[in-house]
Unconditional design. Structure first.
Ligand SMILES: CCCCCCCCCCC/C=C/C(=O)SCCNC(=O)CCNC(=O)[C@H](O)C(C)(C)COP(=O)(O)OP(=O)(O)OC[C@H]1O[C@@H](n2cnc3c(N)ncnc32)[C@H](O)[C@@H]1OP(=O)(O)O
Length: 359
């Protein structure tokens, strides 16, 4: 039940990534199936005859009659799959046996020597994660979970690992739109975090520089965290009127004890790599000038272990907690819903946007 709902949520996100406009007829079909899947049979009053757009939408939804929600959800997923495969086929291939990868706007994904590397690639924005990058990471993790690599690595391009959620997500939104935008973003955030919880192989973060916000919290769901001694770890949620996400309200107290977790997640203490290592969030710290060389030599050695053995061992260690983590993720997103609509958060976002505040 949960997985078909998740497939549906993934499909809703994938629609936003379509490179080609599928045309009005398909868009109406998608709209109708989405409404039927989420609300059931059409329950809106019929729009007036001159309200062309809403009437076309109403007609499409109403035409689905009493189709069950589950059937609509499945049809929606099938329709999006057919659209995604035709829309992506042109950008899929890159010649070279081991370097197959789909192209992404904000990621560089490569596969070599049994290691799939997912590199955040918005260096001029310190690799801030915008809506599209969230969706691309979800897709890249899905692809990596099925490819024949042994390990998957998450890292950043440039001087930062990642500056967290893109705060310009808040720009240009009218008061009337904010609730829906927040809801959509939190649905996506929940799917994003679930894709870390569900990831079936060892997932390793190679933290090449400072990490902020969700880029830090998600480390608690990674299986090893290697950091340059230049990296820092900062979760300024209270400065932003926010609350913890990425399951950190559960993983951080477990990793470092509640008092140290609160120091980071509530009081926003920024840690050096050595401090984060002493707290158990980071596995090992390397000098920046030899970081890449040492880490990749280590990963290459690990990738030569028997693939099934290390995948299964990871799952034995992690799977026991999955249900708990899904619940924590859902609860954190629900608390964030209220936070994101609070004046405390909106003022902090406005401050960032007007460049009055630097954390
Ligand atoms: C209504 C819609 C709601 C949608 C939200 C739903 C999603 C829910 C998720 C909520 C949970 C939150 C998770 C988090 O990650 S909280 C943490 C957010 N991140 C930050 O607070 C960091 C903000 N950035 C900074 O403080 C500094 O930029 C930084 C210290 C990272 C670097 O400072 P430095 O002086 O070295 O560099 P610049 O500031 O000049 O940065 C260079 C350019 O990069 C842009 N930048 C950096 N970080 C971000 C960011 N997080 N979001 C957007 N843009 C970012 C910066 O603006 C500069 O851009 P320009 O060159 O264009 O000015």
């Amino acid at each position: 039940m949960r997985s078909s709902q998740e497939e549906f949520e993934n499909a809703v996100n994938r629609v936003k990534l379509l490179k080609k406009d599928p045309g009005n007829e398909v868009k109406l079909k998608l709209y109708a199936l989405y409404k039927q899947a989420t609300e059931g049979p059409c329950n809106m009053p019929k729009p007036g005859v001159f309200d062309f757009i809403n009437k076309a939408k109403w007609d499409a939804w109403n035409a689905l009659g009493s189709m069950p929600k589950e059937t609509a959800r499945q049809s929606y997923v099938d329709l999006v799959s057919s659209l995604s495969s035709s829309s992506m086929s042109s950008s899929q291939v890159k010649p070279g046996a081991d370097r197959k990868q789909q192209e992404y706007e904000n990621l560089v994904v490569t596969s070599e020597d049994g290691i799939t590397k997912i590199m955040l690639n918005r260096p001029t924005k310190k690799n801030a994660i915008n809506t599209q990058m969230y969706q691309e990471i979800i897709l890249a993790l899905k692809a990596a979970s099925k490819d024949n690599s042994v390990l998957t690595v998450l890292t950043g391009n440039g001087d930062y690992y990642c500056s967290g959620n893109d705060l310009t997500d808040f720009s240009g939104i009218t008061a009337g739109e904010i609730e829906e935008k927040v809801k959509n973003n939190l649905d996506m955030l929940r799917v994003f975090v679930n894709s870390f919880i569900d990831f079936p192989k060892p997932l390793i973060a190679v933290v090449n520089g400072p990490a902020v916000g969700i880029a830090v919290t998600i480390l608690g769901l990674c299986d090893a965290v290697y950091a340059s001694d230049r990296a820092t770890f900062h979760t300024p949620f209270s400065h932003l009127g926010l609350s913890p996400e990425g399951c950190s309200s559960y993983t951080f107290p477990k990793i470092m004890g509640p008092a140290k977790a609160i120091e980071m997640l509530v009081f926003g203490k920024k840690l050096t790599a050595e401090e984060a290592c002493a707290r158990g969030l980071v596995t090992e710290v390397f000098p920046d000038n030899t970081f890449q060389k040492q880490v990749w030599a280590r990963l290459k050695a690990y990738s030569e272990f028997p693939a099934n053995s290390i995948r299964i061992s990871k799952q034995v260690i992690r799977n026991m907690e999955k249900e708990k983590l899904y619940a924590v993720n859902a609860e954190e997103c629900s608390v964030l819903q209220e936070r994101l609509l609070s004046n405390e958060c909106i003022n902090a976002a406005v401050n960032f946007l007007s460049r009055k505040a630097k954390l």
